[in-house]
Design a protein around this ligand. Structure first.
Ligand SMILES: O=C(O)COP(=O)(O)O
Ligand SMILES: [Mg+2]
Length: 231
């Protein structure tokens, strides 16, 4: 795939830049324990991540994808979850292999990098700071930064406007349906990582990469004036 026209890259956070499941599961289970509920396996919590913390609390309280807990229960759960998670953002959360290298390499191509996550801004910012990668990004948009979050195209359209590039000149790398739908609706290139919280082969991305270093290699090839390509 020719990526020559790409001028900026947006990254999803959970399941793409970082593996945050152990800490999210620990906080969900701390919440459940305080509410006299049995713990959930981490893989189950992983399947509930992707639509923001409010939805994660509903799902981990009801142990289902689409049921809602009543308002009082949800408020209690939300407060317990947030209090615990905010204090334990990076106990076991780590960048995936190649992420740190790839961010440096991509910046050497002078491509602005942004984060578009459905995680709340007040959780995403300290998480990125604690892993020491916040300064790699020109813009960090959380799920509550704008009136709409992914799968809406709005965060990507907003990022493109801030960076003064066309949405079609952006590439969004993610691990879920929400990421691919956001990219599609905005007219951006949709790239899926093969190692995230969902099965990438079901996502209908334009491209699947096994590591962000592989993505860098593809972009370098398309952006290097000395490489002559046939496509
Ligand atoms: O729902 C979340 O908090 C995770 O969101 P993300 O995968 O968009 O980073
Ligand atoms: Mg994700």
């Amino acid at each position: 795939m020719n990526l020559k026209h790409i001028k900026a890259i947006a990254f999803d956070l959970d399941g793409t830049l970082v593996d945050s499941i152990a800490d999210l599961a620990a906080s969900a289970n701390a919440m459940r324990e305080a509410m006299n509920l049995a713990p959930l396996p981490a893989e189950r919590v992983a399947s509930y991540v992707g639509d923001g913390v409010g939805s994660l609390v509903h799902r981990t309280l009801t142990d289902s994808m689409d049921q809602h807990s009543d308002e009082a229960t949800w408020t209690q759960g939300f407060n317990l979850f947030i209090r615990h998670y905010h204090e334990h953002l990076t106990v076991r959360t780590r960048m995936y292999p190649g992420v740190s290298d790839a961010l440096g390499l991509l910046r050497s191509l002078e491509l602005p990098l942004v984060v578009i996550t459905n995680k709340s801004q007040f959780l995403a910012m300290p998480l990125l700071q604690q892993l020491d990668i916040d300064t790699a990004f020109s813009l960090i948009l959380g799920g509550d930064s704008l009136p709409e979050k992914k799968p809406s195209a709005l965060p990507l359209l907003h990022a493109a406007a801030v960076l003064n590039v066309k949405p079609q000149e952006m590439l969004l790398v993610g691990d879920s349906e929400n990421d691919i739908a956001c990219a599609r609706k905005a007219g951006a290139v949709a790239v899926a990582v093969s190692y995230g919280y969902r099965d990438a082969t079901t996502l209908q991305a334009d491209l699947i990469v096994g590591s962000l270093v592989d993505l860098f290699a593809l972009l370098k090839q398309s952006h290097d004036p000395h490489v002559h390509r046939r496509d």
